[in-house]
Every structure is written in C-alpha cells, then in structure tokens.
Design a protein around this ligand. Structure first.
Ligand SMILES: CC(C)(COP(=O)(O)OP(=O)(O)OC[C@H]1O[C@@H](n2cnc3c(N)ncnc32)[C@H](O)[C@@H]1OP(=O)(O)O)[C@@H](O)C(=O)NCCC(=O)NCCS
Length: 278
C-alpha cells in the first residue's frame, strides 16, 4: 500500500473511491462528481493535502483535508470494507496530519457521527478530544403553521446574500466548520430574514432556498427568549417556503433547539466534534 496526494486523481476516481468506502456506512451519504466538487469548493478542501491509499491500481481508502487560516479539517475519511483493520485508516490519518504540519496549521478539527465506534476510536488514538455534540435536524413540509406565532411579529426584513454574510460574520457562538462564514461565503445565493417581535425580541435566519429543500439554515437570536424568537423566525421562514423540506446541520442542544423542535424539526442524527492542536 502506498499513499498518494489526491490531486493526482480525477474527481471521478475520488468519487468512486469515496462511495466504495461508504457502502456500509451508518448514515448513507452517496456522492456524485458534481457534489464532491461542490463539497471541496465550499469547505476549502485541498486535494494537494488530501491522501489516497493505493494498492496496485485499487484505491483502498482516502481522506481529505480542509485548510483555512491556521486550521485544518479532516473529512471524507474511509477505507474499503475488505481492507479495514490493517492500518490503512491510521496511515491516512498520519498522512493528513503530516500535510497539515507542513502547512504550519495550529489546530485540527473533525466530526464523527455519534455511535461510529471504529472512527471514534481511531480519532482518540490520534489525540483528538471531544469539543461538543452537534445535532443534524430535519423537517418535513407542513401546511399548517401556528397562527398565534404570527401575532407576535412586529417586522420582517428580507435580506440578500451580502447582508446574510455580514450577519453570519457577527455571530456570538463559535460555528462548526460546515457553518463557518468561510463555508457560507462559498455558497451562492444565500437568503436571510431579520425578524422583530412586538415584545422586543429579535433575531435572524440565513438559509439557502433550493427548489425542493431549504439547507444551510443558521438562526441567531440577538435579543429575547431564544426558544420563542427561534420559533417565530422559523415560522415566518416556513410560511414563505411551504413546499420545501429542510435540513439544519450541526445545531447545539440549547434553547434555540427547542424553538426548532416547536416548528417540527426532529433529531436525525448527531455528530461529535473533536479537535487537537498540532
Ligand atoms: C474508521 C475507518 C476509516 C478505520 O480504518 P481502518 O483501516 O480499519 O483503521 P486501522 O486499521 O488503521 O485502525 C486504526 C485504529 O482505529 C481504531 N479502529 C479501527 N477499527 C476499529 C473497530 N472496528 N473497532 C474499534 N476500533 C477500531 C483502533 O483504534 C485502531 O487502532 P488499533 O489497531 O491499534 O486498535 C474505517 O473503519 C472506515 O472506513 N469506516 C467507514 C467510514 C467511516 O466511518 N469513516 C469515518 C467518518 S468520520
């Protein structure tokens, strides 16, 4: 087995390799070429610093490295089911960490799905420690929204992509890599709603509205009760986008999450965020 930089491979080869390593994955997430290219662009994945483990002409596994201002992010790591427990996952981790060291990165980040013991053990072995648990939540479209919530609204302001980025860059809470302003900036056509409540509460949501789905939802409450303001903002949002289902990734389990649940979001699965200094 030898390790090669991922930029020696085409996106077609990387997509095939990724899908092969995930055939038995606990949360199925197959990729196609366009989606992998988009993923690498949005999350600043450097193929030069990403690694593919090869034996003969077979890709045994791969791991990718996102790079941003002193920080690295390990993602898409996987080994073919038949090739596991032979040191390949560990070799890929060492390769990614070496690449990160060469770039003088100071802190490494990653997420692992809660309950994925092999990967969790692997990351512990490489010195990663849990920082927090994050919720991936989903919501089906609903025809009926709570009328009483609309009575709380004083003013709604619709904002464009540039305004959304300004709001995101002023967040209080530390965002996860997926939700960082750098990621959101790389997404085209974000929308935002600023919602003011009659009781003085205030907050906003930024999101991407696709034809069938709302994604990249981020809510911030600037004034007022986090649960009430979140519920109100999301009720306003879903009244405007009645047909789409929604995904909100990497939420913290806090008072805002209660607001999400009140409008019909449910816990799909959880990720454990981990980091280690280099
Ligand atoms: C996680 C994964 C990449 C590990 O690859 P691997 O080639 O089997 O790993 P290695 O043989 O190098 O093992 C390295 C360490 O990982 C941990 N590990 C790997 N498989 C494990 C298992 N089944 N149970 C417990 N620990 C395990 C151990 O700490 C092991 O060290 P040890 O051999 O000294 O005990 C592989 O299981 C995989 O591809 N899983 C599916 C995709 C996935 O979960 N990716 C991670 C997404 S965050």
């Amino acid at each position: 087995m030898n390790l090669q930089p991922a930029d020696k491979f085409t996106y077609e080869q990387l997509t095939d390799a990724y899908n092969e390593t995930r055939v038995d994955y606990m949360v199925p997430m197959p990729m196609n070429v366009a989606r992998l290219m988009e993923y690498c662009r949005v999350y600043d994945v450097s193929l030069e610093h990403s690694c593919v483990a090869v034996e003969g002409d077979v890709a045994l596994g791969l791991g990718m490295l996102g790079v941003r201002q002193g920080r690295g992010w390990i993602t898409r790591l996987g080994v073919l089911p038949a090739g596991r427990r032979k040191g390949t996952g560990g070799a890929l981790m060492s390769c990614l960490l070496k690449g990160a060291q060469n770039e003088s990165l100071e802190m490494m980040w990653l997420e692992v799905i809660k309950g994925n013991k092999p990967a969790h053990q692997l990351f512990l072995k490489f010195g990663f420690k849990q920082t927090r648990e994050l919720i991936v939540a989903r919501r089906a479209p609903k025809a009926q929204l709570k009328e009483a919530v609309f009575d709380k609204v004083k003013r709604i302001t619709t904002l464009n992509h540039e305004d959304a980025i300004i709001l995101l860059s002023h967040r209080e809470e530390r965002p996860n890599w997926l939700n960082e302003t750098e990621s959101q900036q790389n997404v085209r056509n974000l929308s935002a709603l600023l919602v003011e409540l009659k009781n003085g509460g205030r907050g906003w949501v930024t999101y991407h509205a696709g034809l069938l789905q709302l994604t990249r939802l981020i809510v911030e409450v600037t004034i007022g009760d986090p649960t009430e303001v979140t519920e109100t903002i999301l009720t306003v949002l879903h009244q405007r986008h009645k047909r789409q289902d929604s995904i909100a990734e990497n939420l913290s389990e806090d008072a805002k999450w209660l607001g999400f649940q009140k409008v019909g979001y449910f816990d799909s699965f959880r990720r454990i965020e981990m980091n280690r200094p280099l």
